[in-house]
Design a protein around this ligand. Structure first.
Ligand code: BYC
Length: 314
């Protein structure tokens, strides 16, 4: 595009790229609202990966065997990596990671509601892999076709790693349900706690989702929150049956007419409360992140001093 094009031509060029299902790249012109929406979603996604290390990280020192510890360590390290790819994708939109981190730790930017619930037993490691990473895959595979190139490309690698995360969780649960009665009860109890929060990961119902319609128009989101939630339920019910685990919804049943499972409405007032800071672990998660950031100040200072000494930028 040349500098002589006026705003209308630029807008038309942008719309043509979206209509042709091609990618917008960092140097392309884009409407300010598109850029802002991407920064909001990618930053929230990056923060979720980083905060998401805490609930499972809690169990690394208490893993029941060296094998389980190695798997969990690898998974939590992957999440740090996902956060880094996503902050890098956000930086292509003209924001800076430091600024995004400040917004997270001051509570001005969100992260996924799911990470505000505690992890109370080792079964939670398996159930998070199965349900939380399972939900993440449903939500994130379509993001590999997002209209913004750097985000779409980051998602391809992230989704490959999420598949490993989901499989390791399911494999842990298979071992537990084939173990003792106490282990089976742990899996059931954990599933009971994580089922509804996992459904809430997909966001509010479509009728209460202010961003979905515009984000779909721009090819950022490819499906609505309710469509993805339904896809997740349909995928998960047979997996629960294979595990011999009951999902805690008495109204969950196959609807042959719709070709989908019917299920109850999650408690949307709980999602609202958790998103607005009143979930069981919001304060603890943010305090931990803030402390880690402060503890890392000397590393950032040393890197900046090194760069200044060698004449480069950070
Ligand atoms: N939690 O209009 P809506 C992972 C907010 S990481 C918190 O539907 P949108 C993993 C929403 O931001 C999982 N906030 O919004 C990591 C909006 O608020 P603002 C993270 C939520 O953006 C480690 C307002 O509610 N995945 O998988 O169209 C270990 C209205 O909602 C939530 C992503 O971030 C929520 N659940 O749709 C294991 C994926 N839901 O910003 C696993 C990328 C809604 O207007 N993000 N809100 O103040 C997305 O796909 C979309 O942003 C969402 C929401 C579907 C989440």
């Amino acid at each position: 595009m040349t500098a002589t094009l006026d705003e209308q031509d630029l807008q038309q060029g942008f719309e043509d790229v979206i209509a042709a299902d091609q990618r917008i790249e960092p140097r392309d012109w884009m409407p300010e609202a598109y850029r802002k929406t991407l920064v909001r979603q990618i930053a929230q996604h990056a923060h979720s990966e980083i905060i998401g290390m805490q609930p499972e990280g809690n169990w690394i020192l208490r893993a029941p065997s060296l094998r389980r510890k190695a798997i969990l360590l690898a998974k939590v390290q992957d999440e740090a990596g996902h956060g880094m790819y996503l902050y890098a994708a956000a930086e292509t939109l003209g924001v800076d990671r430091e600024e995004l981190t400040e917004k997270l730790i001051s509570g001005r930017q969100k992260y996924s509601s799911i990470f505000n619930y505690p992890t109370l037993s080792y079964a939670d490691v398996g159930v998070i892999g199965w349900l939380v990473d399972g939900a993440a895959i449903c939500n994130q595979v379509p993001l590999c076709r997002c209209s913004y190139g750097p985000y779409a490309r980051a998602m391809i690698r992230i989704c490959k790693e999420e598949s490993f995360h989901q499989r390791q969780g399911y494999e842990l649960l298979l071992a537990m349900v084939n173990g003792t009665d106490a282990q089976r009860e742990m899996v059931q109890e954990s599933t009971n706690r994580f089922w509804w929060p996992s459904l809430m990961m997909f966001g509010p119902p479509d009728a209460d989702s202010p961003n979905t319609s515009q984000s779909m128009g721009w090819g950022i989101k490819r499906h609505t929150n309710d469509e993805l939630r339904q896809r997740f339920v349909d995928m998960t019910v047979p997996q629960a049956e294979a595990l011999g685990i009951t999902l805690p919804d008495p109204d969950l049943r196959w609807n042959a007419e719709r070709g989908h499972y019917d299920f109850s409405e999650p408690d949307w007032s709980e999602l609202k409360a958790v998103i607005s800071g009143s979930g069981p672990c919001n304060a603890q998660r943010l305090a931990h992140r803030r402390r880690a950031h402060e503890d890392g100040a000397w590393v950032r200072d040393a890197a900046a001093a090194y760069a200044a000494k060698h004449g480069g930028s950070r």
